[in-house]
Design a protein around this ligand. Structure first.
Ligand code: AMP
Length: 304
C-alpha cells in the first residue's frame, strides 16, 4: 500500500513571541508527507524552485518519500511567513509568495496513478481536483483546506467535496463553510455536501470525527511547551491518512486509531520548529504517546 500526497512545499519564516526562524522547510505537503512516512510509503506530488535547499530534499529521502512526482522548476520556491501571538492559537500570515506554484500543472508519474489512498493537503481546490482526476480508482480520498479557499474558491471547494471521502478542517473553517455557530451542526451539515466523514480539529482541545453512525471525540495531548504550531494540522492529516493506508481498510475502529495517531504525530511536531522534531522521532516514542492517549481517556462503565 502507498499513499499519494500533494500540496504545498515551501520555505517558511516563522515568528513566535520567543523565537524567529527563516527559510525553514514548510508547506502542507512537506508536513503531511513526513508525518505519513511513519506509517506507509509516500509518493509526493509538488513543485519547488531551483533555489530549494538540497538538504531538504535529503530529508524527504531519509524518510523514504518518493520524489518522482516532485518538479524542480526554474524560479523561486513557494514562500510563506507568519507570526504567532502569546496565545499560539492566534496566527497572522505576514506574506505569501506563490512563485513556481503559479504555473504548477502536474502530470502524475504512471506508478502514482493507481494509488489506493490519496491525501490532498492544503492547496487550491482546483489543483487538488487536477491531481485527483489523474488517479484511476482511489479507495479513499482525504482532503484538507483553509479559510482562504472558503473565501476565494468556494464553488471549487464545494465541487471537491463531492469527490472525496473525508474532509479535515479546523473549527473556524467548519463554522465558516456551513455558516453555522454549532460545531456539531456544522460537522453533520458537511456530511450532506459529499464526504462520508469529516474531521474537525479544535487545536489544543482535540478533534471530532463525524461519519455515518460515527461520532468520535479525541482529546489533545497535554503538552506544556509548544515551540512552533506550524504544520500541526498537516501532520495530523498526514499521519491520519498514513495510518489508514497502512491498515488498508476504513472501518470505525481503524478511523478512531487513525485520529489518535494523527494527534500523536502532531503533538510531537509542535515541540520544535519546522520538521525538527519528526526527524529524530522514534517509533517507540510514538507507541508510548499512543498508549498515553489510551489511558488519558479511559473510564469504566458504571451503573448509576
Ligand atoms: P498549518 O499550520 O497547518 O496551517 O500549515 C502551515 C503550512 O501551510 C506552512 O508550512 C505554509 O507554508 C503552508 N501554507 C500557508 N499558506 C498556504 C497557502 N495559501 N497554500 C498552501 N500552503 C500554505
Amino acid at each position: 500500500m502507498s499513499l499519494l500526497i500533494t500540496g504545498s512545499i515551501g520555505l517558511d519564516s516563522v515568528k513566535t513571541p520567543l523565537e524567529e526562524h527563516h527559510d525553514l522547510l514548510g508547506g502542507s505537503a512537506s508536513y503531511a508527507a513526513v508525518a505519513a512516512s511513519f506509517f506507509t510509503p509516500v509518493n509526493l506530488v509538488g513543485i519547488v524552485g531551483d533555489d530549494f535547499p538540497k538538504p531538504y530534499l535529503d530529508l524527504y529521502r531519509k524518510r523514504g518519500i518518493n520524489l518522482d512526482g516532485l518538479e524542480i522548476a526554474p524560479g523561486k520556491t513557494f514562500r510563506w511567513s507568519g507570526e504567532y501571538e502569546w496565545n499560539m492559537n492566534n496566527r497572522r500570515t505576514l506574506s505569501v509568495a506563490l512563485n513556481v506554484f503559479e504555473k504548477f500543472n502536474p502530470t502524475l508519474p504512471a506508478q502514482y496513478r493507481t494509488a489506493p489512498f490519496v491525501f490532498l493537503a492544503n492547496i487550491s481546490p482546483q489543483l487538488q481536483m487536477h491531481v485527483l482526476s489523474q488517479v484511476a480508482k482511489p479507495q479513499f480520498v482525504v482532503a484538507d483546506t483553509m479559510d482562504l479557499w472558503l473565501e476565494i474558491a468556494r464553488e471549487a471547494l464545494l465541487e471537491l467535496l463531492k469527490r472525496i471521502d473525508c474532509l479535515i478542517l479546523n473549527e473556524s473553517e467548519a463554522r465558516a463553510l456551513m455558516k453555522e455557530t454549532s460545531l456539531i451542526k456544522a460537522g453533520r451539515g458537511i456530511l450532506k455536501l459529499g464526504p462520508k466523514y469529516v474531521c474537525i480539529k479544535k487545536g489544543e482541545h482535540g478533534c471530532l470525527l463525524f461519519g455515518p453512525d460515527l461520532f468520535f471525540s479525541a482529546p489533545a495531548y497535554p503538552l506544556e511547551d509548544i515551540h512552533d504550531p506550524t504544520g500541526a494540522g498537516d501532520c495530523f492529516a498526514g499521519a491520519f491518512t498514513g495510518y489508514l493506508t497502512k491498515a488498508g481498510k476504513v472501518d470505525h475502529a481503524t478511523l478512531r486509531k487513525a485520529v489518535i495517531y494523527g494527534s500523536v504525530i502532531a503533538s510531537f511536531n509542535v515541540e520544535a520548529f519546522s520538521l525538527g522534531r519528526l526527524q529524530t522521532l522514534l517509533p517507540a516514542e510514538v507507541a508510548t504517546r499512543y498508549q498515553f492517549f489510551q489511558h488519558m481517556s479511559h473510564f469504566e462503565f458504571g451503573a448509576v
